[in-house]
Design a binder for this molecule. Structure first.
Ligand SMILES: Cc1cc2nc3c(=O)[nH]c(=O)nc-3n(C[C@H](O)[C@H](O)[C@H](O)COP(=O)(O)OP(=O)(O)OC[C@H]3O[C@@H](n4cnc5c(N)ncnc54)[C@H](O)[C@@H]3O)c2cc1C
Length: 406
């Protein structure tokens, strides 16, 4: 039996940031176990057609907290990144307008603007009617029928699957109410209104793909990381992985259903894990250049399999072509052609109605046994990479300090 103080499952951004933070505290008694042959998880890149391609989908660095940015720039200094102003668009019918839709309805033909305005004026949230509980009704209530029918409902179906009512609404509360007055003013003045969406400005490496940042973090871990090792079993009471690696603390960043055997699991732990759902995304590269200045374009049209196109040459210097992102359930190889293709089995954790309660119970039961869930899969949240880095730093600091004070 090999023994370590910390065993970290998964070498994506969460696991890499946690392990590097341990090194910052001069803690070297740890091991990171990764099933792939390279680090970075969803943030990995690969050379395709002479330039980097982000195989987990389009990834851009937009960090809200200074301490996280400082931490990341230690591995890849600011000079190695370009800064871009976000230019993302939505293909609505025959038109391509800027995103977010509610701020840019003025870019549509006038007849269309009127249709949108009429339904925004009578959206439930603007009339003060009670907030519905179900996802689909909630979208109509929040954004009005036209934005719901033309964009939000088809787009969400394409990315998360057709059973939208199995999703909760708790994760959408951040969406602003679409104001009739402001939308009308924006259409009359022919300019956008409201706050900018996430990634209004973002960083992308000058010479590499996004994966380079995480490669560099992994290099620092040296012999403390092992690749090509699939975690399949855990004993949560004894804290043993794959029957031969024992830990004082287990930090889990891999999807919970990857444990085919869980010794010591209670019925509520099993019920929580069995309730978790996810969607998978296929990345497909096309060599042709797209005539657009946008970095990415959303496609709600259900007749097309993909939901997003990433125009690589608009953010990755000296590159050409574009790639599509398609939910695996919708992916049709005949449509895709024969370019490079990569399947991300675990892409989006689904925000199902019962998820918050199930995850709270799972994480609290396991924490009592010094098994911690961390990151996109460990916590089953749509976290971006900067957010998981912050969570990893905070958890590592808490555990190291706890040991110091014991
Ligand atoms: C399409 C898309 C676009 C995104 N865009 C952005 C963006 O623009 N900016 C941004 O900041 N974030 C973005 N994200 C989110 C970002 O990918 C995540 O925040 C980040 O990858 C989470 O890191 P993680 O380590 O928690 O999980 P992951 O990156 O998924 O890493 C998990 C690791 O666990 C390993 N693993 C899995 N199973 C096992 C097993 N059985 N044994 C051992 N190892 C295992 C995996 O191989 C992987 O390396 C995007 C995500 C998607 C899907």
């Amino acid at each position: 039996m090999q023994k370590y103080k910390y065993v970290i499952l998964g070498a994506g951004p969460s696991g890499l940031a946690f392990a590097n933070r341990l090194l910052d505290s001069h803690e070297t008694d740890f091991l990171v176990i990764e099933k792939a042959d390279t680090p970075g998880g969803l943030c990995r890149s690969k050379e395709v057609d002479g330039a980097p391609l982000d195989i987990g989908g389009g990834h851009f660095l937009d960090v809200k907290r200074r301490k996280v940015l400082d931490f990341l720039f230690r591995f890849m200094p600011k000079e190695e990144w370009n800064i871009y102003e976000r230019d993302s668009r939505i293909a609505i019918g025959d038109d391509i307008i800027n995103s977010p839709i509610e701020a840019n309805i003025w870019q549509l033909p006038i007849v269309e603007q009127v249709k949108y305005l009429k339904t925004i004026a009578i959206a439930g949230c603007n009339l003060g009617t009670a907030m519905p509980e179900k996802f689909v009704e909630w979208i109509y209530w929040k954004l009005g029928n036209r934005i719901a029918d033309e964009y939000m409902i088809p787009y969400n179906k394409k990315i998360f699957g057709s059973d939208l009512d199995s999703l909760g609404t708790y994760w959408l509360n951040k969406l602003p109410n679409v104001s009739f007055d402001e939308t009308l003013m924006s259409c009359l003045e022919r300019k956008a209104y409201g706050s900018q969406p996430a990634h209004a400005q973002f960083y992308y490496p000058k010479r590499y793909g996004y994966g380079e940042l995480w490669n560099r973090m992994a290099v620092k871990l040296d012999k403390h990381i092992i690749y090509n090792q699939q975690v399949h079993a855990i004993d949560i009471n004894e804290r043993v992985i794959n029957d031969n690696i024992k830990a004082e603390y287990i930090i889990n960043t891999i999807p919970w259903m990857e444990f085919k055997t869980i010794h010591g699991a209670t019925s509520s732990i099993l019920s929580a894990i069995n309730s978790l759902k996810y969607s998978s995304v296929v990345i497909h590269y096309h060599t042709e250049d797209m005539k657009s200045n946008a970095q990415w374009i959303y496609y709600p049209d259900e007749a097309l399999a993909h939901h997003r196109v990433l125009v690589r040459s608009n953010f990755c210097p000296d590159s050409r072509g574009y790639w599509t992102e398609t939910n695996l359930d919708r992916y049709r190889e005949d449509e895709a052609g024969n370019g490079f293709c990569y399947v991300n089995t675990y892409a989006y954790p689904l925000n199902t109605v019962d998820k918050p309660a199930k995850m709270m119970s799972l994480l609290s039961e396991l924490k009592k046994r010094s098994v911690y869930g961390l990151g996109r899969w460990g916590e089953w949240q749509h976290y971006n990479s900067d957010v998981v880095v912050e969570l990893a730093i905070n958890l590592a600091d808490r555990l190291v300090n706890k040991n110091l004070t014991q």
